[in-house]
Design a protein around this ligand. Sequence first.
Ligand code: 5AD
Ligand code: SF4
Length: 558
Amino acid sequence: MPARKVYLETFGCQMNELDSELVATQLRALGYEFVPAPESADVVLYNTCSVRDLAEQKVRSRLGEVKLRKKREPGLVVGVLGCMAERDGVDLIKRMPVVDVLCGPAELDKLPGLLDNAVRTNDARHTADSGADLRSANQVALQGAASRRSSTLAAAGDSLEMLDLSRAVSPEDHNGSAYVRITRGCNKFCTYCVVPHTRGAETHRPPDHIVEECRRLADAGVMEITLLGQTVNHYRYEHGAAVSVDGVLQPQKGRSFKGGHRRDPLAGDRTTTFADLLRRIHDEAPSIRRLRFVTSYPRDFGDDVLEVMRDSPRICRYLHVPAQTGSDRMLKAMNRGYSVGEYLEFIDRARSFLDEPEKERPLMIAGDIICGFSGETEEDHLQTAELLRRVRYKNCFIFKYSPRPGTTAFDRLPDDVAEADKRRRVNELLAIQHEISDDIARRQVGSELEVFVQGVSAREQKRQTGRSTGSRAAGNGHGVQLTVGGAGLDGADPPGAPVIAAESAPASGPVQMTGRTDGDLIVVFDCPQGRSPDSMIGTFVRTRITRANTLTLWGEIV
Ligand code: 5AD
Ligand code: SF4
């Protein structure tokens, strides 16, 4: 059988990017080949996001496009992976019969089996002369209610761990940067959020697996690792309670957090806390020059973590710590579990430990805000504006509230802020944030910053291809597409999205490259004469910042 050609497009967050990378590794090992455009693929997969309706709309429109082709080519296999598959379930297939395969984010290890069955079924359908109805043979793997069954064994049976463990790491497979998962799922149940329903209960990976994965990535030349989890700072692994299946240690259920500001005195040697994990990775994978983590939960962020960050030169001075709103009333309605005062206390504490501008190591903080949540008044909105001014985020992702079926807010709280008010409030907050980001960027002019080079800039891509791209190759760059979106009125780009240098390109001249500082500021600079842009990717350069605007610094290599 010739290699099946797969097109895989990823929507949404970094967790999805990593999932897609692992899925791609798995399928490649089975002989599937990845192609950069859906037209030439015989398996089309969308790894989806359900956090806001806009993300789902994009997938629905892709499915609409592929439907026409499927009419002509019934052998084509179409799969929906990720959160939308889990949230919509078989209803999605009923509404969109073009879908052959549904696979939730906690079931991705089952994807090869599902695809194999779908390919056979579609081939049979393609060649069937009996007219037998094979429509019912859709391939579905969803966790459904099993996701939150709270036994340690449910977590122990987590075969997803094998997916992370079997990650392919070779020098050709990365651009110097990699994600490493430390926790899966979420137990917070913020009332607006679909993630606990789609990604299931929080589990924590064994620290030895994480450290080993980081070391393997480091050995393959990776320079920057971003640890991933919905609430990374809740990481905690109890060794006494560790379960092993077939000799492999298994992830552990998230427990209630007992940390406070200091290391939990009960933690002892048999517990690995988030601070312990950071220190271990920093010390045991010393060739990793940048260690970062997202996303932090504002509560339960101990001084122990801040101390490890302060004392470890290769841990980035960067925190992504969403407040969601500046109103205590809204925080309560969102079930966030902290007050504005507590949030600000954390921000001040983090800055007192980590903000060292005189050593060119300022602490950069990014946030997320939801605008127009149920019951939000003008007064609540003004309090959020005040929070932005007080915190001074480097950048803040500002989203319009989008009611999500399956969440508590969808069932119990009216979506009662008028669309026009939501829009206006988003724009007002964006304008305030714009000024702050601009000021922070301009203060960098004249300083010398180390930049981790990621690729050619958006301006350069446009110059080379004649168009600005909404997609870029994810992670391993072998035809796995990442779609970014949500900019403008519907909220800012999601964390990790490439930021475009807003200027038009000269017709000729040096290639413009882009990279990030330790504090996640975007710097563009010219590729030196005699160096190929490709050879710069994944390396570090020192730049002097010559000018700046809101989202971009312009540097000269020193
Ligand atoms: N509507 C709008 N924004 C949301 N987010 C999560 N759920 C929703 C929703 N229903 C935002 C939060 C979160 C980010 C990943 O997405 O700000 O931090
Ligand atoms: Fe969603 Fe809240 Fe969990 Fe973040 S902490 S993933 S917003 S439920």
